[in-house]
Design a protein around this ligand. Structure first.
Ligand code: SF4
Length: 491
């Protein structure tokens, strides 16, 4: 009789065919292939045992660990199997990343295709699930948390209609116990709880996960020192986990038998152990040696071009360590703009230790090093920033020309008001014309050029490679065909 259940919607409870970046497909709306096929290709359901997923999103695992630490009996359940456990539950905790599709990637896709993205649809379907509605009528409390909670401020009606009792915004370790206990005691809950800076947990206060995380994702630190204006991560203090803690969490994944692969998660993995924007050689090398020794393969969640460009030798050493077990690895990278002027305005420290004026050179150098050493970046550009000029767009288009031979994916994203720019207007672009069209077409051509070989690389060595790569390639071909029909060149 577990009174507290944790879950996430269908798009988050998936291991994306063991490729974290395939999960970006959840940002798209229904499109050129049937929904069932698209779902299977981009977010197949994770394996379960009696409705319990073999792995869950890392953030949900942290909440689970904290609740267990505070003596609360808790069960993490797959969203399609809630019916097995919900009758005994008094509280349901839901983890969200982008619940309404307002994040940069999904809002861009939604604006272009004019439909609800899959991740928003599945979050809505989770809350519309009749078994949750029934449990709600008998008094089930719903508590929501995760990086996407800022979006609830735009959706007060949804919160009311779906009976969401409490939304926790921020790093929840120090508050989640008291809120769940209050829910179990039937005490009144705050509708929106913003975790204050004072309540941000120190390293000692962050518990280790106790069950496997999706794709072996393991946090190595929190926060970022670069302070880009459009980013909310930057408002948090910078903390790095000690090696022992990272290794303990990796052991949880390995010992479960779920995965022998680890994806190191930080806003900039290259800065592990550093208190500023210069990588620390010894710490970074030691971390990678430990991880490679213990695991069969590894990846990074994010890293910065500036850190790579600042320490090319260190980056080459790290690449050699990683490539002892695999030919390449991936990471998400923010290019955002090719304009030094715009970089100076919205992300003055992104190029640090170089000057913002040098940003395009930093991008070219960093991307070149990645290409040479086997890191394949999935890059983002931001279009429609409040202070963006035509000249800024032209410089970004020119930068795209310089990057055409770099094996990578580059995705343009519409500006979303977040971080210190949260009071600015959303970027609205009903029709994509002029320079915006030119930039989008450049990105499309770049991605089409590289995506076919990336599909092959991603599934190399798997027995099902011929079948699954055929489907992904077919999907890209259909997109190319549709673009051609609409007069948009892809090559
Ligand atoms: S470098 Fe990335 S994580 Fe850091 S502040 Fe800028 S956008 Fe945010």
């Amino acid at each position: 009789m577990t009174k507290v259940l944790l879950t996430a919607d269908r798009t988050l409870m998936s291991d994306y065919h063991h490729h974290e970046f395939v999960g970006f497909g959840t940002c798209a709306p229904p499109n050129v292939i049937p929904d069932w096929l698209y779902s299977w290709l981009f977010f197949p359901p994770i394996k379960t045992k009696n409705g319990i997923p073999v792995a869950a999103p890392y953030g949900l695992r942290k909440v689970e660990a904290q609740l267990i630490k505070e003596g609360i009996d808790v069960l993490t359940v797959d969203p399609d199997h809630l019916d097995k456990y919900i009758d005994d539950a008094e509280v349901l905790g839901i983890h969200v990343m982008d619940p309404f599709g307002l994040g940069p990637a999904s809002s861009t896709f939604a604006a272009v295709l004019k439909k609800e993205p899959f991740l928003a649809k599945h979050f809505r379907l989770l809350l519309e699930n009749p078994i949750i509605r029934r449990a709600k009528r008998r008094g089930l409390k719903i508590i929501v948390g995760g990086p996407g909670v800022w979006q609830f401020k735009y959706k007060p009606e949804f919160v009311k209609e779906h009976g969401i009792d409490c939304i926790i915004d921020g790093e929840a370790e120090k508050v989640v116990g008291k809120i769940f206990k209050a829910a179990l005691n039937n005490d009144e809950l705050p509708q929106y709880y913003e975790v204050s800076l004072k309540e941000t947990p120190s390293l000692d206060e962050i518990p280790d996960i106790v069950a496997p995380s999706i794709n072996g994702l393991i946090e190595i630190g929190r926060g970022c020192p670069r302070g880009c204006k459009f980013c909310s991560v930057t408002l948090r203090p910078l903390r790095w986990y000690p090696y022992e803690k990272i290794m303990r969490e990796i052991s949880v994944n390995l010992e479960s038998g779920y995965t022998a692969h680890t994806c190191l998660h930080a806003e900039d993995v290259m800065l592990y152990g550093s208190s500023n924007t210069m990588p620390k050689d010894e710490k970074l090398i030691k971390l990678h040696e430990f991880v490679v020794k213990k695991c069969e393969g590894m990846g990074w969640s994010h890293c910065s071009l500036a850190a790579v460009a600042a320490k090319p030798r260190l980056f080459a050493t790290i690449a050699e360590i990683i490539k002892q077990k695999q030919p390449w690895w991936g990471a998400e990278i923010g290019i955002e703009t090719g304009s030094p002027e715009l970089a100076k305005k919205i992300m003055p420290a992104k190029a640090h230790p170089f000057k913002p004026e040098e940003w395009p050179d930093v991008v070219r150098t960093g991307m070149g090093l990645m290409h040479d050493h086997g890191l394949v970046p999935a890059c983002t550009l931001i279009v429609g920033c409040p202070e963006e000029t035509e000249d800024d767009l032209i410089k970004t288009i020119e930068l795209m020309d310089d990057l055409k031979d770099i094996k990578s994916l580059i995705v343009p994203l519409y500006f979303v008001p977040m971080g210190r720019l949260k009071d600015e207007d959303w970027f609205k672009c009903e029709e994509i014309t002029g320079l915006y069209r030119e930039l989008l077409v450049k990105c499309l051509k770049h991605d089409v050029r590289w995506v076919y070989s990336l599909i092959d690389d991603s599934f190399a060595g798997r027995w099902y490679k011929p079948f699954i790569t055929l489907l992904y390639k077919l999907f890209v071909r259909i997109i190319e065909y549709r673009c051609k029909k609409a007069g948009v060149p892809t090559r």
